[in-house]
Design a protein. Sequence first.
Lengths: 370, 229
Amino acid sequence: MFRGASATSLVHMFVAWRDLRFAKGRFALMGTVVVLITLLVGLLSGLTAGLARDNTVAVTSLPADRLAFAAPPDGQEVSFTNSSVGESAWRDWAKQPGVDSAEPIGIRTVNGWAGDRTVAVAAFGVEPGAKIAPASGDLGPGKVVLSTKAAEELNLAAGDTVRLGDVEETVAAVEGGAMYSHQPVVWTSLDDWQKLGHSGTSTEEQATVVALKGSADWAAGDKATETRSVPLGDSLAALASYQAENGSLQLMRGFLFAISALVVGAFFTVWTIQRSGDIAVLKALGASTPYLLKDALGQAVVLLTLGTLLGTALATLLGASIGGAVPFVLEAATLLVPALVMIALGIVGAALSIRRITAVDPLTALGSAR
Amino acid sequence: MTLTLNDVTLTYPDGDASRLTALDAVTLSVAAGELAAVVGPSGSGKSSLLAVAATLVTPDSGVVLVDGTETGTLSRAEKAELRRDRIGIVFQQPNLLASLTAAEQLQVMAHLSGRKPREVRARALELLDAVGLADKAGRRPHQLSGGQRQRINIARALMNEPAVMLVDEPTSALDHERGAAVLDLLSGLTRERGVATVLVTHDRSHLEVADRVVRMEDGRLGAMSPSGV
């Protein structure tokens, strides 16, 4: 007799589809809100990734497992700005068992001059021939390798001359897209890099960090060299500008996600309240609560999916068109992941709203209350 | 008997400690193909009787049998299933869903039962024809008159071939002529389709269509009267 048990397993909608078509004005309005929020989230995600790339790509693309910083005073964290390691540090690191390579990298922001152009660049000093820099074989005294962005901004090509601080250099090659702290990278020899700034009172050759590769006892190495090594990914925390910038943008993105869930939840709360008379009738006619919940949730999924897809498509088009003018990363991680998060959070918001369906009393459908 | 209420009592909280008796030891049996009208003034317990028979309210005591199933032991889901498959409800107001066409108002009943609406479209159209609305299948409620909506309300109640039809004041929103037409329709469908129909109303006109009329007052059923009394 109770053949209707299969009703609860229905996944297709009936009333919900027709409500979507019938109340298209209301759903179009809500869909537009979802589209706009998705567009905003997509653009913000692409911009966040683009800014992060311009801030850190020179570090994240290093072929290294860890970076060793000068050990900070107790209670302080490592920092690119404050770190300065002596030659003995990378020599000692190179001797540690399990360390395949220990390459010093000097990092300093200087002005680069070429003709009438002045551009702030990040000078990365490395040992000539070290495999951590592009075209490092071309590096040497008085010879630098420019990243493409640096070459573009300074309007230079191989063979031209560039002045870094007070040092005149020849462009040996243009290669790679390294950026650091939103500045294009210029790769120099470590010896030339020393001349770009004060080396303090130390008689040793200095660098900012040591790029380490291998699988060593890192803690023992830190102790032996008086440094603190951290995994490459974690080293971004030592870049203050990246932390502040990325933190702010991620916070904005998080708020947008929360706002979208709340907006969708609010819409479906009002919608469910408006439909409570219909829900009471359907219950009185024999609709099970799971049937009604699936119907309503399906409606939310359709609305969210369509809105998010459209918003993501718009973000992709806009991102593609502004990609050359602003740092913008157009890839699955920056567009599809936020879209999926939007849908998931929207469904959570909708699910919390439509659960009030369970509280609707079918008895209210009887009598003249409606 | 297709519908049996045996010694059913229902009370509601009324104030701090007291309870109001809505149904007082009510006993009523309706056979298949029979139309029983329950008349009484407002507040006499007619709606409570309907709510109990529709399994929307559980009585304090007594037995309710719908098509042989004792409803007192059923879970909420089983009661919903019983309403869906064995009980047809005709609401006082048509209570049609605004987004559905006339045919879809009926097809949704099949969807609730797990059947594909497309498969039962022919039956929906046949029922619309039976209530004189074959040409209105594609109309939405706002495109129909009050009488037409009430006819769809009746057709919807019959969609899943119920054993019992519970009808709540079907003429209250209709004029005299349309009310009579709706009662005639209900009477005809009850006999034609072999449904046990309980019609509750405060309006005594046109009750000659009922097989018997039962008077209700203060939660008690009075003596059964012949039709038309």
